[in-house]
Write a protein that binds this ligand. Structure first.
Ligand code: 5GP
Length: 195
């Protein structure tokens, strides 16, 4: 039976092989990133643009580590192709709700793997005429990078393993885990190809 009922924050889910980043490590790093952004964007009223759904927990914690004036916008994109591979062909499912022309944009991403999704998104956002764009990502997985992405603020660099938790899913599950963990291979084998 799968157990998500944690008695402590460090209790590991049955489907997770290993915890790569603990909840406490995430909290400490996110607080640092928030403080750094706050200092760098003082008085600039930035707009944080985040991509659903994987980034929402990072975004929620990050903005609460920033006290200065800011606004949020959310996009949702879908990559064509197999569920665990990024094709770089991106379809926008939910667009920005307000113009970003002349604004200082901070793109908040959960994880950058091949970089193809973000590469597309950055070009898309650039075309809308913002004053500046910077990227903050919680997890950088550089091993499979295909597009060069300027990552201005980075939480953790991790090895080439498929991770879940803290917003990241596999087949829409595990987003609620309070840590970043590696799934057991048996879980992949059992999943449907649709993802
Ligand atoms: P990229 O275009 O950089 O290859 O893919 C970025 C997107 O792929 C991420 O926003 C995320 O949705 C997904 N992704 C890449 N690596 C992982 C991973 O290890 N775990 C999960 N859950 N999603 C990943």
């Amino acid at each position: 039976m799968n157990s998500t009922h944690a008695t402590t924050r460090s209790t590991i889910h049955d489907d997770v092989e290993e915890i790569l980043v603990t909840g406490d490590q995430i909290a400490e790093r996110v607080a640092q990133l928030g403080a750094q952004l706050e200092a760098d964007y003082a008085g600039r009223d930035p707009v944080l643009v985040s991509v659903l759904k994987g980034s929402i927990i990072f975004l929620a914690d990050l903005i609460r580590a920033m006290q200065s004036t800011l606004s949020l916008d959310l996009m949702e994109v879908s990559s064509y192709g197999a569920s665990t591979e990024s094709s770089g062909q991106v379809r926008i499912l939910k667009d920005l709700s307000r113009p970003i022309e002349g604004r200082d944009v901070i793109v908040v991403e959960d994880i950058i793997d091949t970089g193809l999704t973000l590469n597309y998104l950055l070009k898309y956002l650039h075309d809308k005429g913002p004053a500046s764009i910077r990227v903050v990502c919680l997890l950088d997985k550089p091993a499979r990078r295909l597009a060069e992405i300027p990552i201005d603020y980075r939480g953790f660099t991790i090895p080439d393993r498929f991770v879940v938790g803290y917003g990241l899913d596999y087949d829409e599950r595990y987003r609620n885990l309070p840590y970043i963990g590696v799934l057991k291979p048996s879980v992949y084998g059992a999943a449907s190809p649709e993802g």
